[in-house]
Design a protein around this ligand. Structure first.
Ligand SMILES: Cc1cc2nc3c(=O)[nH]c(=O)nc-3n(C[C@H](O)[C@H](O)[C@H](O)COP(=O)(O)O)c2cc1C
Length: 304
């Protein structure tokens, strides 16, 4: 998954200090005639060399400067040293983000949605391939349409799952998934659909005015991991930008089993969808953070 080199070194500015050579994870650079030179044949295009250079002698062409330009907040592109960021603030943001299940109708400015995606892209990706894609639905009418397609999928699934003979046959032929669905989700989905019919309350996207679908090209080495890391960045950034968010795994599952839903958003067959984020201004506010269940935390060290 390594890429062609796009590193350019300005020989006038280069002092030959060698920091770039030392930091490069794939040994693409070396010192020739007292100056840094691109001598490898492939690169991660990660930009470590560009970031470390004291004289700004290096440019990595594959890195797009507009990806670090934001329209809705002032960015500071200075590199923060280890420990320089305020951990109290960071922990407060992490602990305050909650899944939002009631959104105001207020639409979200497209520029905020675009900035969110750019912040998502600051996540690491395996071999830095960044083959993630983001399909933004900025309008409630499109979110509603997507909700209807997904609702149709679950209506069909529930109709199948309520047939006990079908669940038994499927189990007998080594496909227990329908039975598992019946046990875990059937009732919940049925209630949601009934509530929607009676009250119009959106049980899937909770009235969110916008949605971002995070997918990744299947040629990426670890597409799911990459997509989910970008997603987590976006969830945190959304809270910071004043937005509520909720991951909608039910929608991801529907797209996995019914490709026409993905295709309806013009997401190509070469990509798989890993996260669907409902986004908007939240009706919910809280008094406090609540923390988490006890995690299994282990230290492992061999006794000396
Ligand atoms: C992969 C994944 C899928 C999820 N899918 C849904 C979903 O379909 N509907 C929903 O209301 N919440 C969904 N959630 C939100 C979780 O229920 C929520 O993260 C969890 O209850 C913890 O609450 P918090 O996010 O407020 O901290 C999902 C979360 C994850 C990580």
């Amino acid at each position: 998954m390594f890429e062609a080199l796009s590193t350019v070194i300005d020989k006038e500015l280069c002092t030959g200090c060698g920091l770039c050579v030392e930091i490069c994870p794939v040994q693409a650079l070396s010192i020739r005639d007292g100056k840094a030179a691109v001598t490898g044949s492939f690169s991660l295009n990660c930009g470590h060399c560009m970031a470390v250079c004291p004289t700004e002698a290096i440019k990595v062409g594959a890195l797009e400067s507009t990806m670090s330009k934001f329209k809705t907040f002032a960015a500071d592109d200075r590199w923060l040293s280890y420990g320089e960021y305020d951990t109290t603030q960071l922990a407060g943001l992490m602990g305050s983000r909650r899944s939002c299940r009631s959104f105001l109708d207020t639409p979200v400015d497209r520029r905020i949605l675009e900035d969110l995606v750019k912040l998502g892209c600051t996540a690491p990706s395996a071999t830095n391939c960044q083959m993630w894609t983001f399909t933004i639905l900025p309008c409630r009418k499109d979110v509603e349409h997507l909700g209807r397609l997904i609702g149709d999928f679950y209506a069909k699934l529930n109709a199948m799952a309520e047939k006990s003979w079908l669940r038994s046959i499927m189990k007998l032929v080594g496909k227990p998934e329908l039975d598992q669905y019946y046990k875990n989700y059937y009732e919940f989905v049925k209630q949601g659909m009934e509530q929607f019919r009676q009250t119009g309350r959106d049980p899937l996207f909770y009235g969110a005015p916008s949605v971002i679908v995070v997918a990744c090209d299947q040629r990426a080495s670890l597409p799911k991991e990459d997509a989910m890391l970008a997603t987590q960045n976006m969830l945190l950034a959304a809270h910071s930008l004043g937005l509520g968010s909720c991951l909608i795994g039910m929608a991801v599952e529907a797209m996995k089993h019914e490709p026409s839903i993905r295709q309806s958003l013009h997401i190509p067959d070469t990509e798989a969808v890993y996260a669907i984020i409902a986004l908007g201004y939240s009706r919910e506010t809280y008094e406090r953070q609540t923390g988490r269940k006890q995690a299994a935390i282990r230290f492992f060290e061999t006794s000396s």
